[in-house]
Design a protein. Structure first.
Length: 81
């Protein structure tokens, strides 16, 4: 288990190896939601190794936007919200 308190977009850019071997990702973005770099990564690469993304949200509009983007990629589905 590795815990990093760091901006997720920075993690995608600087710690790709850690992302590539991760099976679970827990994100707790600010009200604005995930940065586009994170959503893009999850849609292009993250689905290959990650089995679960836990999205903690206090901003429903941002969650809905991010969730829709992930679902529309065809690689993710919502199991519980």
């Amino acid at each position: 288990l590795v815990y990093r308190k760091k901006n997720a977009a920075d993690m995608v850019a600087s710690e790709g190896a850690l992302f590539r071997k991760s099976k679970v990702l827990i994100v707790d973005p600010p009200r604005k939601g995930l940065d586009i770099e994170v959503v893009d990564y999850l849609c292009r690469e993250g689905y290959k190794t990650m089995k679960l993304v836990v999205y903690v949200s206090c901003g429903f509009a941002a969650f809905q936007r991010d969730c829709d983007a992930l679902r529309k990629s065809g690689r993710w589905k919502v199991e519980f919200a």
